[in-house]
Design a protein around this ligand. Structure first.
Ligand SMILES: [Zn+2]
Length: 108
């Protein structure tokens, strides 16, 4: 768990750095995306990078939440029904906060 959190933190850091590079590069090429074929590629890469970064940050938040649940002794407890979360479920999805039964219910 700690290892996964660390690697996700590293991923976010490197993506943020990459993001800064892309923003800097696109600032250099200007905002003329519509007329510059190169500019369109930058815009596309920027959009993809933004999605990846958003995903990685979401993972990091989920891992932080899981870590605090571990610390609070609630890691194995379903947030919705208070029942136990199966070990197999947590093995497959370490950031799960509810049991398999509650996971199938519509979101509140
Ligand atoms: Zn439950």
């Amino acid at each position: 768990m700690a290892e996964k959190r660390e690697s996700t933190a590293r991923l976010v850091a490197s993506l943020t750095r990459l993001w800064d590079d892309v923003v800097a590069a696109s600032a250099l090429t200007g905002d003329d995306d519509e007329h510059d074929p190169e500019g369109q590629t930058v815009a596309f890469e920027r959009a993809q990078l933004r999605d990846t970064l958003k995903q990685a940050r979401g993972d990091l938040e989920a891992l932080d939440r899981a870590a605090s649940r571990v610390a609070g002794g609630e890691y194995w407890v379903c947030e919705r029904c208070g029942g136990p979360i199966a070990a197999a479920r947590l093995a497959a999805r370490p950031t799960a906060t509810c049991c398999i039964d509650c996971a199938g219910l519509p979101a509140r």
